[in-house]
Design a protein around this ligand. Structure first.
Ligand code: DGL
Length: 270
């Protein structure tokens, strides 16, 4: 038993997203659990997930999970709301290790909103999913949820364009209807969106709260690993491996920029 626990401690936590967005979650995980080895996959070749049929997203998730399983990951974080809605049930059914999924932070947003008008930015895939609609209807008595799909936004962030006039204009057209309806809380329901928080803040002003799920996911991951005695016992900062199914020459600079340091990117041929 002791040996098994030590082995689990050394194995990595797999984290994946359609592209660079999941780094916003990886950051919380790394800050919260700095001794845990991490393996991040950006499925850049197949991004964006948000405008693809759920069955296609699910097929990609199963392929990525199988890769993480072969690398002996001890837990998996689906750092993508769209992928979670499409595949988390199937992933949990297939794998014994903890599978942590994302969910737009509607619950805390409704709890803290005083105007009772909450905006939720999501991908079209999340907006159409049964999982998200079940969540939204659970809170529909307590607040007015204005769900805003954001086609085209993930592509801007994948291109590393966090602040151009084009991104600003697109974002303004998405946010304006929410502001006109009196929202006082905005949920970032896609893991790419935290990277444009400064631009969102500049457009909506200081009086509207912005919430995402990154920190809550890191805490949930810790709880689940603790329960399985699978936390790393190391005291030194752990290594992070980065993989991408896309063109590493194009993806690596954006990943490095968003991560805040030069990363070595491995090519994932899947
Ligand atoms: N980052 C993903 C999410 O949280 C979606 C990005 C995409 O459309 O590929 O939903």
């Amino acid at each position: 038993m002791q040996g098994k626990i030590a082995m689990a401690g050394r194995r990595a936590i797999g984290v994946f997203d359609s592209g660079v967005g999941g780094l916003s979650v990886l950051r919380h995980i790394h800050q919260h659990l700095p001794h845990e080895p991490l393996l991040y996959i950006a499925d850049s070749q197949y991004m964006p997930y948000g405008c693809k049929p759920a069955s296609a997203v699910q097929a990609r998730c199963m392929a990525l999970a199988s890769f993480l399983d072969k690398r002996h990951c001890k837990a998996m974080v689906v750092a993508c709301n769209t992928a979670t809605a499409a595949a988390v049930q199937e992933l949990r059914a297939q794998y014994q290790f903890p599978v942590i999924g994302m969910e737009p932070a509607v619950k805390p947003a409704v709890r803290q909103s005083t105007s009772r008008v909450v905006g939720v930015l999501v991908t079209s895939g999340t907006a159409a999913s049964e999982k998200f609609n079940r969540l939204a209807s659970r809170f529909s008595q307590q607040a007015r949820l204005i769900v805003q799909p954001c086609p085209g936004l993930v592509e801007r962030i994948e291109a590393g364009d966090l602040a151009s006039e084009q991104t600003r204009r697109l974002l303004l057209s998405l946010l304006r209807p929410l502001m006109h309806q009196g929202m006082d809380t905005l949920v970032l329901g896609c893991t790419h969106y935290p990277f444009i928080t400064p631009l969102i803040r500049a457009l909506i002003g200081d009086d509207i709260a912005i919430i995402d799920s990154g920190d809550a996911i890191a805490r949930e991951l810790e709880r689940q690993l603790q329960r399985q005695y699978a936390l790393s016992g190391h005291q030194y900062p752990a290594f992070i491996e980065f993989w991408s199914s896309g063109n590493t020459q194009t993806v690596a600079p954006v990943l490095s920029h968003l991560w805040g340091e030069q990363i070595i990117l491995n090519r994932l041929a899947l």
